[in-house]
Design a protein around this ligand. Structure first.
Ligand code: CP
Length: 316
């Protein structure tokens, strides 16, 4: 593929190729053997129109570990603040001949649109409520490392599904790899359209977690609830916050995940999040660097091949 815009266009083999390469990067990162030159001579620009801690820093670290020149655009101080559009901003940066453009944007579909306007590889770092493909890939690698496989598992995705690009990308990926996905949360936060994605839906948390291998918690995204239903934190925690009692419905060896940032005491109890026997939340962050290294490595190989054949054809 020329870009990584979502999980939807990927097939099972493409997903496995990325995860396998990421697994080997994770192993060498652990050994402290982090330097590579697969992106040497390439320029990576990170454009984050929404806040980020994990995704932006891990894309930056991944690019630097692979030898790229990495530029972090500060969107807060850019000419976007003077009214320059996303497309004009992208065309301006494209004229500087980057090889990889990493983009996060609050509007669903914005990254796809941008990818049509530029001639470098584009990676979606999260677009509105649409997709967050590298998050789903790092979640899959984390699950495979913890469970020894990433097929035939029962995965409960819990909480604010409506506003979650993480949920959407995970539902797509886990389904393609042959897992059973359940969505657990208040009906107001689980859109009916998700039923068409082959998932089971529960509004009772204990019923939804029954026998689950993986419990994936989601953040209550208040900033996207413009005027709609906003549950009180206390009531929400009581019914849908993951605590020891609700977790006991899942398998005894079930792992607990959260993409971050977490609202402790809202969707998850702090002691569960910190329980090193159940929680793989820090492993998710660690796998994030490896997955982004793998995704950029594979896109760079493709980019070099395309440029090589364009040069041979005389079209470049
Ligand atoms: N999981 C995730 O996307 O975190 P950030 O918003 O901190 O990047």
């Amino acid at each position: 593929a020329n870009h990584l815009l979502g999980i939807e266009p990927l097939d099972r083999d493409e997903i496995t190729t990325i995860i396998d390469l990421a697994d080997s990067y994770a192993a060498s990162n652990r050994r402290g053997n982090t330097r590579r030159d697969v992106l040497a001579g390439m320029t990576q620009i990170n454009m984050f129109f929404e806040n980020s801690t994990r995704t932006q820093s891990s894309f930056e670290l991944a690019g630097k570990r692979l030898g790229a020149d990495v530029l972090n655009m500060s969107m807060q101080t850019s000419s976007v603040k003077k009214g320059e559009t996303l497309i004009d901003t992208a065309l301006t940066l494209n004229a500087m001949r980057p090889d990889l453009l990493v983009v996060r944007h609050p509007h669903s579909g914005a990254v796809d649109l941008l990818a049509q306007k530029v001639d470098c590889a584009v990676l979606n770092a999260g677009d509105g409520k649409h997709e967050h493909p590298t998050q789903a890939l790092l979640d899959a690698l984390t699950i495979r490392r913890a469970k020894g496989r990433i097929e035939g598992l029962s995965v409960a995705i819990c909480g604010d599904v409506t506003h979650s690009r993480v949920a959407r990308s995970n539902i797509l990926l886990l389904g393609k790899l042959g897992n059973r996905v359940r969505l657990v949360g208040p009906p107001t936060l689980i859109p009916g359209a998700f039923k068409d994605m082959g998932v089971e839906i529960y509004d009772d948390m204990r019923a939804g977690l029954q026998g689950a291998d993986v419990v994936m918690m989601l953040r209550l995204q208040r900033e996207r609830m413009d005027g709609g239903f906003i549950p009180s934190e206390r009531e929400y925690y009581h019914r849908y916050g993951l605590d020891a009692d609700k977790l006991s419905a899942a398998k005894t060896d079930a792992i607990v995940m959260h993409p971050g940032p977490m609202n402790r005491g809202v969707e998850i109890d702090g002691t569960i999040a910190d329980d090193i026997h159940r929680s793989v939340i820090q492993a998710q962050v660690e796998m994030g660097v490896a997955v982004r290294m793998a995704a950029m490595d594979l896109l760079a190989r493709n980019l070099r091949a395309r440029r090589g054949s364009a040069a041979a054809d005389g079209t470049m």
